[in-house]
Design a protein around this ligand. Structure first.
Ligand code: GDP
Length: 534
């Protein structure tokens, strides 16, 4: 291990790398944009990530990918605020929800969960939350759209606790909602924060902090609202969990904030508290023990996403990696552990607001995309350390859609196998085979259904192989943790299917959760898991 310099240490210390998770339409894009507005990375809200790219039909998506030769879903946005260097990881939602969305969370040090105040916890939030808890990272809650009619505040908190099983601690409390939304009450300072007009959220606006009894705000906050606030706060103080930074750091307590991303109300307050409560880059597990970015001077990183170039003329790819320690310099030589040789990291790029730009330097906590001539796989480690090490792999996430794949022209078996394997290696799909049937049929599993279209399109365009997909009814997959179990003797429900992955590991496919429970009941000692080892 080489000694870290103070310069590098200071750079890493000021980094905050987090993902925003939410159900589509809760306001993730709007909130991200407002962060950039406060960070001065954009001048006016409404200029980042046109909605055209976020909500497009499948066919458009293909066209856009082709034209740009790169994913339209940006991977990371970096900006500075108040001395911090902030990396926001994008978690693709909508139609492009895929395994990548989950993997992105592996690169984050914390997560911000955006919840629509009128809807509470929704399906996609639940899925993403599960992955965050697996890593025990801090999770912060921003309850958005308070300018609309909201659910009762206590109900919202109960919903989070019951649905997600995490304790909550409101840092502030909303005063009214919808047209009556007046601001938030900061529980620590006991001040009311009121907001000035933000020209429909396009400018930053001002925040005023005043005493609740200050006559200056009597025109804004009615007596009824004040009384209600006092009652609610008293109730919350008596019954709710107290703020505890240690529990927050372990991901066991979620600080909750209220606001409206659209009008900017509560956004900057949230950002300020969040930056203090969240963490700078943390040690990561390797086969040499934890690698602490505050001590390890050498560069190290792991690949968490591979983006294929959809442009037929260039079959190159971009590998996105999370830097875990040290300093990165463009064109530097690093050791690729899984490849067993030195590679030069060229054409490094990073996202800044809406642009992709070449970079010359980056530090632990940052995310960079580098040119990949087809040598990297998800989870690979790169380092300049003499005393080499490998970071813990990235789990394989359970696909939720399955289809049988058949090639139309059976003469093209070789291309078909090559193509499907390469696409699986990039992590866009998972492939399985029937167990012990002697059939060579391939079953494909995906996290988001769009990946089926991507597979079909890419096999046709890049490998010249036409395929037919036959949807299968399975929705759940489980890896068998205790592999010594005799699969032949395993008895499940009649609609259960036994398959194996590329490494020959056994898995079970189920149509519903009931079948999973029945199968576990019927086979003593059987341990199933929804996260596979890569
Ligand atoms: P995403 O799908 O989570 O990225 O959500 P978007 O940021 O695209 O927001 C979805 C819709 O909700 C858009 O029409 C936004 O203008 C709107 N929206 C976002 N935040 C707010 C808010 O605080 N209040 C209101 N009323 N609408 C909002």
């Amino acid at each position: 291990m080489s000694q870290i310099t103070n310069e590098v240490k200071n750079q890493i210390k000021k980094r905050r790398t987090f993902a925003i998770i939410s159900h589509p339409d809760a306001g993730k894009t709007t909130l991200t944009e407002k962060f950039l507005l406060y960070g001065g990375a954009i001048n006016q809200a409404g200029s980042v990530k046109g909605k055209a790219t976020a909500k497009h039909a499948v066919s458009d998506w293909m066209e856009i990918e082709k034209e740009r030769g790169i994913s339209v879903t940006s991977s990371v946005l970096q900006f500075n605020y108040d001395g911090y260097c902030i990396n926001i990881l994008d978690t693709p939602g909508h139609q492009d929800f895929s395994e990548d969305t989950y993997r992105t969370l592996m690169a984050a040090d914390s997560a911000v969960m955006v919840i629509d105040a009128s809807k509470g916890v929704e399906a996609q939030t639940r899925k993403l939350f599960k992955v965050c808890t697996m890593r025990h990272i801090p999770i912060f809650t921003f309850i958005n759209k308070m300018d609309r009619e909201a659910m009762d505040t206590f109900e919202l908190l109960d919903d989070i606790e019951n649905e997600l099983g995490i304790a909550t601690c409101p840092i502030n409390w909303p005063i009214g909602s919808g047209k009556e939304f007046r601001g938030v009450y900061d529980r620590a300072s006991k001040k009311v924060e009121i907001f000035s007009d933000t020209k429909k959220g396009t400018t930053q606006g001002e925040v005023k902090k005043v005493d609740i009894n200050d006559p200056e705000i009597s025109w804004l906050i009615t007596d009824d609202q004040r009384v209600q606030l006092e009652e609610e706060i008293e109730l919350q103080d008596g019954a709710g969990a107290e703020f505890d930074q240690e529990l927050v750091s372990k991901g066991e307590l979620s600080p909750v904030f209220f606001g409206s991303a659209l009008t900017n109300f509560g956004v900057e307050t949230f950002l300020q508290h969040f930056l203090q409560m969240t963490t700078s880059p943390l040690p990561r597990t390797s086969d040499r023990g934890p690698i602490d970015p505050m001590e390890e001077g050498d560069f190290s990183a792991f690949v968490f996403k591979i983006q294929a170039n959809m442009n037929k003329a260039h079959r190159d790819r971009i590998a996105f990696m999370r830097i875990c320690s040290g300093e990165f310099e463009a064109g530097m030589d690093v050791y690729h552990m899984q490849g067993g040789k030195k590679v030069r990291l060229s054409q490094p790029q990073q996202m800044m607001a809406s642009e992709r730009k070449m970079i010359s330097k980056a530090y632990g906590g940052d995310i960079i995309g580098v040119f990949d001539p087809g040598i990297f796989s998800i989870g690979d480690t790169l380092t300049t350390a003499q005393d080499k090490f490998t970071y813990e792999g990235i789990p394989t996430f359970a696909p939720e859609h399955f289809a049988r794949v058949r090639q139309v022209d059976t003469m093209k078996r070789k291309q078909f196998i090559k193509g499907i394997n390469q696409i699986a290696q990039e992590g866009a799909i998972q492939i399985f085979q029937e167990y012990n049937t002697g059939m060579e049929e391939i079953i494909v599993g995906v996290v988001g259904v769009l990946q089926f279209d991507v597979l079909k399109y890419r096999l046709e365009n890049e490998y010249n192989v036409e395929i037919r997909l036959e949807n299968l009814p399975y929705e759940y997959i489980r890896w068998i943790e205790n592999e010594e179990i005799d699969l032949d003797k395993l008895t499940g429900t009649s609609d259960m299917k036994k398959v194996k992955d590329l490494k020959g590991r056994p898995l079970l496919l189920f149509v519903n959760e009931w079948s999973i429970r029945m199968t576990v009941d019927r086979n003593e000692g059987l341990k199933l898991t929804e996260f596979g080892r890569s």
